[in-house]
Design a protein around this ligand. Sequence first.
Ligand SMILES: [Zn+2]
Length: 332
Amino acid sequence: MPTTIQHYQDLGDFDYGAADRVTPLIRRVICKNPTPFTYKGTGTYLVGQGEVAVIDPGPPLKSHLDDIVNALQPGEAITHAFITHTHSDHSPLTKDLKELTGAISYGFGPHGAVREDDPEDRVDFSAYISDEEQEQYRKEFDELPEELKREGADTEFSPDVFLQDGDVIAGSNWTIRSIHTPGHCSNHLCFELMEEASLFSGDHVMGWATSVVGPPDGSMKDYMESLRKLLGFDHEQYWPTHGPAIPEPANYVQSFITHREEREDQIIGHLKSGPQKIADFVPEMYAKYDKRLWYPAAGSVHAHLLHMVETGRAEVTEDHGEPKLTATYRLL
Ligand SMILES: [Zn+2]
């Protein structure tokens, strides 16, 4: 069993849509889009006073846009929108926010590679998830507001300003430095708030759970390098988009690195008993998790295996087999 990570999940008392001042320079508004993938919902941050920057506007919910704007004090204006990455719970509301406020958007760039929908290449957990459970999941999904049903990549977003690693943007009383942290998504940026020695960590380092790394846009090699990259900074606190603040982030990041190494060891352990498919061992590896998380977890396991194939430590058993989600893998 991998060592248990001490997650930070306690958001305290909060009301959806209400602005909470969490530090002198940061206010947070939590969007009402809780799912098994977003924890309590998207936490949108407002940074500074007067000239305000927004970090991750969120999903395209009109009510959330109203809540963000209502968080402003008289005389304040939203002038900047920083996007950590192009997933549907982070970037889509930027368009409406820009129209309403005239804010300029900042991000690494549009979404990278999108996985082609290949009906032949889907993990099948039907041996482990009953028809009743499937039906329940379908029902819960059907009940979501239409705006929240589009999951995954936001391929429509493109920032006004393309940021690179190390770019510094200053507002009237805040300074943000971008740190490129690919892995969860190839265009993922973390944003350092220099005045408070803190970091908006997006989905790269989250308080409530580990990140999903889904190929082809997500890469385990990049993710591990991006975790190690953060150890080179001396941030006092992280503000992830989902979940509460993370104190002592260096220890936490180190525990993620260890966790991933242990996950790889687990995969190797499973493959030692002979060639296997991802769907054969994910239910055991992720037995204590909500079964709906097995699908993204299969993506993370796939990312591990792709990395192992690239580095000559595993291969696909099928003749001329591509390293697909449903391929059979063996150790080399
Ligand atoms: Zn994401």
